[in-house]
Design a protein around this ligand. Structure first.
Ligand code: C2E
Ligand code: CA
Ligand code: CA
Ligand code: CA
Length: 278
């Protein structure tokens, strides 16, 4: 193929080389970021539609770079994955989230679950189960207050995945399938995987008021989850009409800007303390 490309393009690949240079720089900066404490977590509430209570919070990592400013996770998580940094970063995220959940409990706030995203690289991490166990012991967070969010993926075989999830479940934690319906979905794994919860991706929820197909899909996912005795969270709820549809449809939890954006821990603490002082 290379022989078909005019020679001059082999010398000048400005887009590609600058892209690669950017990536290498970002990779180096990511390594420093962990040591320099440039990461922090925000938490987004998940609201129980029956009670109106916040029952859990999804931890979402944030990177505040000294000169670039805010770098979105969609941009740096893939680089962290490829460079292997996701292993120490993922550990830091889990420790920080569990520690924060325990701190809220100590401050007398109603105990909420904390949901932490696991990336693919972490699923392949040899000592993942030991690491989670160690963090639970160290932070003294009761295991059922931790939920791990995994995404469907075809890179790990079903048997391996089932085995791993059983080992994690044996610690007493909860497991959610994130971005449900967007990946390489195989419905058959739903019966084998020991999961507690499905999170319907925002892509399906976004147009439910306008698109009957999305409406049908969301209804189907909710009813399937009910039959499998799984809880359902709908992600990315921005409008009242979406909320109304989901309430009618029997969705268990919603998460989205309509209720709250992800917010810093301190701000959440203040909000809760205000709520409780009234
Ligand atoms: P995700 O796990 O599907 O997280 C949900 C994303 O949707 C978050 O984006 C959240 O801020 C956003 N979101 C929530 N409600 C709404 C809404 O109503 N409207 C819109 N437009 N967006 C909403 P965020 O924080 O930028 O994270 C993007 C992705 O980056 C996450 O998708 C996840 O795949 C990854 N990520 C974020 N934090 C972590 C982490 O701590 N660990 C790992 N492994 N991945 C993370
Ligand atoms: Ca998630
Ligand atoms: Ca998601
Ligand atoms: Ca996503």
């Amino acid at each position: 193929e290379a022989s078909q490309i005019p020679q001059r393009f082999l010398f000048y690949k400005p887009f590609m080389s600058s892209g690669m240079a950017d990536r290498i720089i970002m990779e180096q900066e990511l390594h420093k970021a962990l040591a320099h404490q440039e990461f922090y977590l925000e938490y987004q509430p998940q609201v129980n539609l029956k009670t109106g209570n916040i029952e859990s919070l999804e931890a979402l990592v944030r990177w505040h770079h000294p000169t670039r400013g805010f770098v979105p996770p969609d941009m740096f998580i893939p680089i962290a994955e490829e460079s292997g940094l996701i292993i120490p970063l993922g550990k830091w995220i889990l420790e920080t989230a569990c520690c924060q959940a325990k701190a809220w409990e100590a401050q007398g706030l109603p105990q909420m679950k904390v949901a932490v995203n696991l990336s693919l690289g972490q699923l392949f991490q040899q000592d993942l189960v030991q690491m989670v166990k160690g963090i639970l012991q160290q932070t003294k967070l009761e295991p059922h207050y931790l939920q791990l969010e995994i995404t469907e993926s075809m890179t790990m075989n079903i048997d391996q995945m089932t085995q791993l999830l059983h080992e994690l479940k044996a610690l007493g934690i909860q497991i959610a399938v994130d971005d449900f319906g967007t990946g390489y979905s195989s419905l058959s794994y739903l019966k084998d995987f020991p999961i507690d919860c499905l999170k319907i991706d925002r892509a399906f929820v976004r147009n439910i008021q306008h698109n009957p197909n999305d409406e049908a899909l969301v209804s189907m996912i909710i009813s399937m989850a009910k039959h499998l005795r799984l809880k359902v969270v709908a992600e990315g709820i921005e409008e009242v009409a979406q909320l109304a549809f989901l309430m009618d449809g029997g969705c268990d939890y919603i998460q989205g800007y309509l209720f709250s954006k992800p917010i810093a821990a301190e701000q959440l603490t203040e909000t809760f303390q205000e709520l409780h002082s009234h």
